[in-house]
Design a protein around this ligand. Sequence first.
Ligand SMILES: NC(=O)c1ccc[n+]([C@@H]2O[C@H](COP(=O)([O-])OP(=O)(O)OC[C@H]3O[C@@H](n4cnc5c(N)ncnc54)[C@H](OP(=O)(O)O)[C@@H]3O)[C@@H](O)[C@H]2O)c1
Length: 278
Amino acid sequence: MKPRKSIALVTGASSGIGKATAERLTLAGYTVYGTSRRAAQANQQPFAMLSLDVTSDESVDAAVGEVIRREGRIDLLVNNAGFGVAPAGAEESSLEQARAIFDTNFFGMVRMTRTVVPHMRRQGTGRIINIGSIFGFLPMPYMALYVATKHALEGYSESLDHELRTRGIRVSVIEPANTSTQFDANALEPDSQLEEYREIRAAMVKKMKELVEAGDKPGVVADAVLRAALATSPKLRYTAGGRARGLQFLRRFAPAGLVDAGIRRDLRLDAVPAGETS
Ligand SMILES: NC(=O)c1ccc[n+]([C@@H]2O[C@H](COP(=O)([O-])OP(=O)(O)OC[C@H]3O[C@@H](n4cnc5c(N)ncnc54)[C@H](OP(=O)(O)O)[C@@H]3O)[C@@H](O)[C@H]2O)c1
């Protein structure tokens, strides 16, 4: 069991996976600080809420500073804040939109890490848990930018874990499959839509909606976070739920050609677009 007074900071705790994680950690005896860009509207939680926008250096400094001021330490950082772009062709997002999704999903995690790690180094102990995705080890056509942010998160996390291990700090990545949250509703619309992609875009939006609705409950991911947080010797990667476990097994052991063909078949990527003949 963790000592009752371990301090956890969970980004994006106003809904979905972050909220379930903050609740689970509170139940497990952590003193939890959740965050939201609209902290004032989210004060019905069983944990403290701080205002935080992970795209702002000042906001990150202020939120981390506030936890340190109140508690003097941070034992666990859960980098969860993130969003997607609704399914669309990769060329249907401007470079500005590409930068925006990286600024939250990847650089937001980097900002939080850079600000919290000095405190953990001083403590000589700490845990960082980054919410990745099955799309950190698999491709997802028509979600290229989101997938790129989660692949980047995996590489950063694995490298960081090697750097910090001798300083008493461990880093883990949680890899959920589709999870039923506000993720879909909060996704940005692609900002450079092209007529050529209209049909496939509609089909992919429908497919993604079905997957999210049939997805795991956020509590499944929260359980994986708690498992990683409490492990004496934490693993680098934790899948969350049976579907994610199955896909990771497939990625690791199935021949690449089989995975490639399976993705194209499952998403019907080789169906002839309307108006074209084979
Ligand atoms: N749902 C899935 O299928 C799924 C699967 C695998 C991984 N994930 C990952 O799980 C994480 C949480 O997603 P979710 O499904 O729980 O979605 P969600 O319900 O939309 O929650 C997203 C959270 O991120 C916060 N957030 C967004 N932008 C932020 C910013 N700039 N600064 C601070 N906080 C910000 C939001 O807080 P405010 O809007 O209140 O600020 C909200 O609390 C994401 O990293 C996502 O990539 C989701």
